[in-house]
Write a protein of this length. Structure first.
Length: 494
């Protein structure tokens, strides 16, 4: 199978070429074009099954000729644009594109589009379902506020599995809706405009789900937006997109309707606190299967609305992944199959549509890591410096922490561990410990009202006097002066 990549940006072209080679796609030959002329010449010479094209590179006067070349010599087209406008959507419809992607591109979406286009090309060239090419006005209603647009039911339909997007379009196109229906394919979802539907539409949406599941195992979600005289179709569509995000928490096989508890996201700190970081260090160090499972289930299961933003939850999960990455480095697991599984887990966190499944995959990945780490430990492949630093991070608040204890935890002699630390990190054990304690003291000075004595006790300094002496030597000011200075800054964290 042949692919032509028509894109003005050199780096974009190479990135797409790399993606094609990195994934198991049935594409044997890849050609690139930086101009419209090069693209048309390649189409005529190679007659490729697939074309990836940046629509923005085609000037208006070249559009008719480019269109004729595409229709004559190419089977499937994936279009991309930096302009999410009706005009670009219409161009994609005119070319009967498999997908219209919007820059900046998400690798997972591009990968899925390529796979879909490749699978469709195997069956030969075919057109979009009958009637879709006449929906230009309906697409315009999704992207432009038109007060004169008739009030209508707006449904948003999406499969949990992106690979089923084309099947969803076919299903909806042939579905016997009650009254008129317009099915508008979008990237990995579809909009249904239903002007003749009565009531709130929930009963009809549940029937659609049941009919789908008679033939398909994978679930759908349907967002139903009843007519609202105060809202345009565009406003209803945007609200539906927002409601669709709740599937991250409640899953698919759902009919989702507007509700007050869905109107806004609740606050969520996307990063682990220092205490949570310590908990993860300790759980990982102990290979605590049950501990990590309980922590993840307690933190990420059983949500009730209002939900936090899915993006904040994904960021919080990547904070945990950062702790796991350090654990992997300690045991020399950052390569081979384990590294590939780590990258797969990263993709799951970024793109999996259901939180429950992400957490389950993360738990299974951790169990696999514990098994690999134990085997690495038995093979004496543990990085002594990283192991020692993990122990120091977990125990720096202990005023009696010594080099001897840390070296024992790292499995090395004190002299040899001190040599390794100085060589790899450029600092002595005492320097690292003092710096870490001072960083924690500064955080507590900024964010709490604890006394200097209490901060000294919580950061490993034996007395308030000793903390003040070390602080002044390093910072050229007392802890009290530092606190006062930070609180005068409007943006200083509290």
């Amino acid at each position: 199978m042949k692919l032509v990549i028509a894109e003005r940006d050199d780096k974009e072209r190479e990135a797409i070429r790399w993606l094609v080679s990195a994934y198991s796609l049935p594409i044997e030959h890849v050609y690139t074009a930086a101009t419209v002329e090069e693209m048309m010449a390649l189409l005529e010479r190679e007659a490729p099954e697939l074309l990836y094209v940046e629509l923005d590179m085609i000037p208006y006067e070249r559009w008719p000729k480019a269109t004729s070349r595409v229709r004559l010599f190419c089977q499937r087209v994936i279009a991309v644009t930096a302009e999410a406008t009706f005009a670009r959507a219409k161009q994609a419809i005119d070319w009967q594109c498999v997908d219209l992607l919007v820059k900046p591109l998400e690798p997972a979406k591009l990968k899925q589009a390529l796979r879909t286009a490749a699978s469709l090309s195997v069956c030969g060239r075919s057109s979009l379902p009958a009637g879709l090419d006449g929906h230009h006005g309906d697409y315009r209603a999704l992207f432009y506020d038109d007060p004169a647009a008739a009030s209508t039911h707006v449904w948003l339909v999406q499969a949990e599995q992106p690979a089923l997007s084309q099947e969803v379009i076919r299903f909806l196109t042939n579905y016997p809706f009650r009254g008129r229906a317009r099915v508008l394919p979008l990237t990995q979802m579809a909009v249904c405009l239903l002007p003749d539907l009565s009531g709130d539409g929930k009963e009809e949406a549940w029937k659609l789900l049941r009919d789908w599941e008679e033939e398909h195992f994978e679930p759908l979600a349907v967002v139903v937006m009843p007519p609202d005289a105060k809202q345009t179709v565009r406003a209803q569509y945007q609200a539906a997109r927002r409601l669709l995000e709740t599937t991250f928490f409640i899953g698919y096989r759902q009919v989702i309707a507007p509700a007050s508890e869905y109107e806004q996201w609740r606050e969520l700190d996307p990063f682990l606190t220092p205490e949570e970081q310590r908990q993860w260090i300790e759980m990982l160090e102990r290979f605590d299967h049950e501990g990590v499972k309980r922590w993840l289930q307690r933190e990420f299961w059983h949500w009730s609305p209002p939900f936090p933003s899915p993006e904040m939850v994904r960021t919080r999960l990547t904070s945990i992944l950062a702790q796991i990455r350090r654990f992997m480095k300690t045991y020399g697991l950052g390569r081979g199959g384990t590294e590939r599984e780590y990258m797969r887990m990263f993709q799951e966190i970024l793109y999996n549509r259901v939180l429950y499944r992400v957490v389950q995959e993360l738990i299974l990945f951790l169990y696999q890591l514990f098994h690999e780490a134990k085997r690495a430990e038995e093979d004496a492949r543990v990085d002594a410096v990283e192991r020692g630093l993990r122990y120091m991070e977990a125990h720096f608040r202990d005023p009696s922490l010594t080099l001897e204890r840390v070296a024992a935890a790292a499995g090395r002699s004190p002299a040899y561990f001190s040599h390794l630390l100085s060589t790899k990190r450029g600092m002595t054990f005492r320097q690292w410990l003092t710096n870490r304690r001072l960083e924690e003291a500064k955080r507590l000075l900024r964010q709490t009202d604890l006394s200097i004595k209490e901060i000294a006790e919580q950061t490993g300094f034996r007395t308030a006097h000793y903390l003040t002496r070390v602080f002044k030597a390093e910072m050229n000011q007392t802890p009290t002066a530092y606190r006062d200075e930070q609180r005068l800054k409007p943006s200083s964290p509290r």
